[in-house]
Design a protein around this ligand. Structure first.
Ligand code: FE2
Ligand code: FE2
Length: 360
């Protein structure tokens, strides 16, 4: 069955075409590479995987609470509004909220796929082209995995959030290559990493936890790539040029913070949007979620040197400045470790079920 028939809310056109000017760079120097970028390329090649067989698609989601996430993570939980809902409405709301989040991951991953391809085209060195080519395959796999989770397991899909679409459009339309990195590798992927982590670490459903753990293992490399490329480049820019990047960054962060209200899920559940928004805005769950979303972006932004007064002020205002001292390399290492832990668990489960199936 098509995605079109699974959309819960009207989606309008089934596609989106952008006429953006992209600069195409060829290089005739094939033997020049920065060792750190080439090492990342090697890692990217070694860590390729197939979503068809690394993930155990036999597992199902729970009809009551698909990814088995704690209700405490829902901003409406415990409010007077929540207490008025029937068990059926609560079940619907859980399903819509979770499908909404996975749908945004899927659409965002398509944005990442297109941006990675754009980086292959517009970046100058062969080392970065090589690495970005591995990322193109990674992002295709992420779209595939989230689309399968939605189609086969949730059986519903939400349209792309307008703010996410607007940021992706803005990134694609910029002519300078570093905006693609900054917008996609640092901001959108940084936010995505934090959101994936929320599911990976809280979902009691193994399928949901697994998909996010494996995607995160790849994303950790992508963020590392953005960091390496920009850390070398930004110190070479003039103050005015750096200011433009900082402005873009701040605007993107605020836009993304405002994207977080799950309007579509409330609408699909037939709830009063205004009342939901009031409860949402006052909830501790939403506050914590928002601050945590920037946990991956802040240390990266500091590393790449876009750390002017305005940027620091914005992160203070967003309630995320405390993440500045986090060791982003260590967090990325940890993502790798958790994914490997899931592989080990899978191996054990497989061995146990094979043993159980053996006749005595
Ligand atoms: Fe991705
Ligand atoms: Fe990515």
């Amino acid at each position: 069955m098509s995605t079109q028939s699974r959309y819960v809310l009207p989606v309008g056109e089934m596609g989106w075409a952008l006429d953006a000017p992209v600069r195409t760079e060829f290089t005739w120097e094939y033997d020049q590479g920065r060792s750190d970028l080439l090492a990342l390329y090697e890692k990217g090649k070694r860590q390729q995987w197939n979503a068809v067989d690394r993930i155990d698609w036999e597992q199902d989601l729970d009809p009551e609470n698909p990814m088995a996430l704690p209700d405490e993570l829902i901003s409406l939980y415990g409010s007077a509004l929540w207490n008025r809902l029937s068990p059926r409405q609560i079940r619907d709301l859980r399903r819509y909220l979770q499908a909404l989040q996975i749908s945004q991951f899927m659409h965002g991953e398509q944005g990442a796929l297109i941006c990675a391809a754009k980086i292959v085209q517009e970046v100058q060195g062969i080392d970065a082209k090589f690495y970005a080519a591995t990322q193109v395959v990674d992002e295709a796999r992420h779209v595939e995995a989230y689309a399968r989770l939605l189609h086969d397991k949730f059986d519903i899909v939400f349209p792309i959030n307008p703010q996410l679409r607007s940021l992706i459009g803005d990134v694609i339309e910029r002519r300078e290559w570093d905006f693609t990195y900054l917008g996609m590798q640092v901001v959108i992927e940084g936010l995505a990493l934090a959101a994936f982590q929320g599911i990976r670490d809280h979902a009691q459903n193994r399928l949901a936890a697994q998909v996010n753990a494996y995607v995160m293992q790849d994303e950790a490399r992508h963020v590392a790539f953005g960091r390496l490329a920009l850390r070398d480049y930004y110190p070479q820019l003039s103050e005015t040029e750096r200011d433009r990047r900082e402005e873009f960054l701040i605007e993107a962060c605020y836009l993304m913070r405002d994207r977080l209200q799950p309007f579509f899920a409330w609408e699909a559940a037939g709830l009063d949007i205004k009342e939901c928004l009031e409860v949402h805005e006052a909830s501790v769950a939403a506050l914590k979620f928002r601050a945590r979303l920037f946990s991956r972006i802040v240390p990266t932004v500091r590393d790449i040197g876009l750390w002017g007064t305005r940027v620091r002020k914005a992160f203070e205002d967003l309630g995320a400045i405390q993440f500045a001292d986090r060791d982003s390399a260590a967090m990325l290492e940890e993502d790798n470790r958790v994914a490997e832990e899931h592989d080990a668990k899978n191996m054990i489960e497989k061995a146990v079920s094979e043993l159980a199936a053996k006749p005595n």
